[in-house]
Design a protein around this ligand. Structure first.
Ligand SMILES: [Zn+2]
Length: 274
């Protein structure tokens, strides 16, 4: 695809799934004296907990970074020196190649896009970088059923770092959502390349098998797995699909069902690994 064409939406892939917590999921309370969780509390207008899209995306990015090498793809880990992968998402690398970047800007948009493409690792191509938009978007995870959303408060003790014993009188509360809480999550990939689909697909397989999210994962909290994964898509080059996409009032009819997700992504992974 010519690089400028990449800026127009020509194909969209959408994956929805249910994310079920196998162990309780810790949500931060923001109370004083508490170590901050990497997941902020988010409530919807009705006061129900929401799984922030940014947290899902952050965890998915880490999963993809771990899988990139096995797929023969490049991951910068936001540290070009340590990873040996030059990528403009690492500010120090960007500083080093700034002159080339300025030259590419002067040479026009085609040249600039080619430059960005050459200086962005495969993970940042999917997840975005300071100089290019992300091809992947994650919506906030919505609670599937409200009955399950009973927030439990647990006691934590503060441990002395040297003696590893509890410090008398120092306690704090933390809130968890119980195991079996289910959120509906949704991912959109715009104009995904074969590499994008392979990377994302491999991460889906890993999450279907089980992963973890949130604070206190070393204590076994925040284990989850994906289930009921569905893959849908639209190819706007196809007239029939384009009209359906542009005229459907039922959101579920805008995109075509692409069948079994495992078969779909296995093919993407096989093609990328050739
Ligand atoms: Zn990168």
């Amino acid at each position: 695809m010519p690089l400028l064409e990449e800026l127009k939406l020509s194909r969209r892939l959408q994956v929805s799934a249910e994310l079920e917590f196998d162990t309780a999921w810790r949500i931060g309370t923001g109370k004083e004296g508490q170590t901050s969780s990497d997941l902020g509390v988010m409530l919807d207008p009705l006061g129900r907990p929401v799984l922030p899209g940014s947290s899902i995306k952050g965890r998915l990015r880490a999963t993809c970074e771990g899988l990139a090498h096995a797929l023969g793809l490049r991951a910068c880990f936001l540290n070009s020196e340590a990873s040996g992968v030059g990528c403009v998402s690492d500010i120090s690398y960007h500083q080093r190649v700034r002159n080339h970047h300025s030259r590419a800007i002067e040479d026009g948009p085609q040249s600039l896009l080619a430059w960005i493409n050459d200086h962005t690792c495969d993970v940042c191509k999917l997840f975005g970088s300071p100089v290019r938009g992300a091809r992947l978007r994650c919506a906030d995870g919505q609670l599937k059923t409200t009955e399950m959303a009973i927030v439990q408060v647990r006691d934590g003790v503060v441990l002395d770092r040297d003696s590893h014993t509890a410090v008398p009188g120092l306690k704090y509360d933390y809130e968890v959502l119980p195991a079996q809480t289910v959120f509906v999550v949704c991912f959109d990939l715009d104009n995904p390349t074969q590499q994008d689909e392979a990377l994302f697909g491999a991460a889906l397989f890993e999450w279907a098998a089980g992963s973890s999210l949130g604070g206190f994962t070393s204590r076994g909290l925040g284990r989850f797995h994906l289930r009921n994964i569905q893959v849908r898509g639209v190819d706007l080059a196809d007239a029939k699909q384009r009209i359906a996409y542009l005229t459907a009032t039922d959101p579920s009819k805008r995109l075509r069902d692409l069948g079994d997700w495992q078969a779909y992504f296995t093919k993407a992974i096989e093609q990328a690994s050739k």
